[in-house]
Ligand binder design. Structure first.
Ligand SMILES: NC(=O)c1ccc[n+]([C@@H]2O[C@H](COP(=O)([O-])OP(=O)(O)OC[C@H]3O[C@@H](n4cnc5c(N)ncnc54)[C@H](O)[C@@H]3O)[C@@H](O)[C@H]2O)c1
Length: 377
């Protein structure tokens, strides 16, 4: 019998953005086999897609409840072990909760839930089990992001004093100005997306990146969000001042109306001895700044990198690896956790990261609505 981990997928059908990233990531390190799914709530599309990508259709279920019912009836040696939840946001909480309660490990897309209250309930549900739970803040899987985390941890840039993370996209620009079009997008629908569009969708990546890299917690924030139109109820842009402590401060800038921008996640972190600069669209180059040396560029796969970074590189230096590899590195860490093998805590984001993310989203909206006031996290 295959020693691969039996993976189930909910959402992520042929019509989705993120499905292909998870499927390829799960294959990359030869740890998982997709054995069952509900790719789509429409049966013809669900089964049609399974056939198209060559998945055995006997475990393609018409809906999530049937998935749980049929899978839990199987012997543990056959049953799906871990489930990736790749649906629109509002389904993450009920699905993840039921999966945890029924003994499945979970890989959940971000934002983890639609409210902080749900996130807390999920955290309590998980605490009663030995379940592995990952939240796919995908960018934490990049080798040079992991390298930044280790360099900061090893005090290579000194005490952190300034954090500036920008995540700019422009895709919603043509949609937001068209009243009809903006009613067709689930990310702009509070019932499906939650209380925020931009901060929830991408601001949360910037927030997670800030805490993942620095190892510090953001204690308070002040948010100025933009909604552009009165009948648009969810933010599509925001500037958020953040304070880690009295002397460690920064800014998270996030937008979906930065016209012409694609996936512009940019990180700048400055310490007392040096600085680090990294861009998602050019992920294999990490700039290391200092006052007394010329600018250095670090690249993946070289022995000068940390173990955590090298662990995320599969090919010799000079073979560009990208977003698929980044997600694959998260899946690799989850596989180690499922198999009870040792792993570095930087290998995948966990429940606490999801909970922090939800608190951040809620407090950004609260800060903005309170007249752009400082609020605690
Ligand atoms: N980690 C990242 O960088 C990243 C990037 C993009 C999206 N996401 C997250 O992934 C999730 C999905 O986003 P997307 O852009 O792929 O959305 P999408 O709308 O493109 O796809 C959603 C998929 O879920 C399926 N679906 C909907 N309801 C379902 C149900 N009841 N049962 C089974 N399947 C169902 C749809 O058929 C579709 O295949 C969101 O939570 C989003 O925030 C994360």
């Amino acid at each position: 019998m295959s020693s691969k981990i039996r993976l189930g997928i909910i959402g992520g059908g042929g019509d989705s953005l993120i499905g292909v990233l998870h499927r390829i990531a799960s294959f990359m390190n030869d740890n998982y086999q997709i054995v069952g799914a509900v790719f789509n709530p429409v049966w013809e599309e669900n089964i049609g897609f399974a056939k198209q990508i060559g998945i055995n259709t006997s475990r393609i279920y018409p809906d999530f409840d049937t998935f749980i019912e049929k899978e839990t009836a199987l012997p543990t040696s056959e049953r799906i072990q871990v489930v990736s939840v790749l649906t629109p946001n509002f389904l993450h909480f009920p699905m993840a909760k039921k999966l945890i309660e029924n003994g499945f490990h979970v890989i959940c897309e971000k934002p983890m839930t639609t409210t902080y209250e749900e996130a807390e309930i999920l955290q309590k549900t998980l605490a009663k089990t030995n379940t592995v739970f990952a939240v796919t803040y995908t960018y934490t899987g990049y080798p040079m992001v992991r390298q930044m985390r280790e360099m900061i941890k090893n005090n290579e840039i000194g005490e952190i004093q300034k954090v500036d993370i920008q995540y700019y996209q422009g895709w919603i620009n043509p949609i937001i100005h068209d009243k009809k079009l903006r009613n067709t997008v689930w990310r702009l629908d509070p019932k499906k997306g939650g209380i925020s569009c931009c901060v929830g969708d991408i601001g949360t990546h910037a927030f997670n990146m800030a805490e993942y890299l620095t190892g510090l917690e953001i204690k308070s924030i002040l948010a100025d969000l933009n909604y552009l139109y009165e009948d648009n109820t969810l933010d599509i842009d925001g500037t958020i001042l953040v304070r880690f402590s009295e002397n460690v401060k920064g800014v998270l800038r996030t937008s979906q109306i930065a016209t012409g921008e694609e996936n512009g996640l940019q990180v700048k972190i400055y310490g007392t001895k040096g600085g680090l600069k990294w861009e998602q669209e050019n992920p294999n180059y990490l700039q290391v700044l200092s006052e007394d040396k010329p600018l250095q560029i670090y690249k993946p796969g070289h022995s000068y990198n940390s173990e955590l970074s090298l662990n995320g590189t599969k090919l010799p230096p000079g073979h560009p690896e990208g977003i698929f590899d980044s997600m694959a590195n998260i899946y690799l860490g989850v596989a180690k956790a499922i198999r009870n093998e040792p792993y570095n805590s930087g290998e995948f984001p966990v429940m606490n990261d999801g909970v922090r993310g939800m608190k951040f989203i809620e407090q950004c909206v609260a800060s903005h609505k309170n007249g752009n006031s400082w609020v605690q996290l």
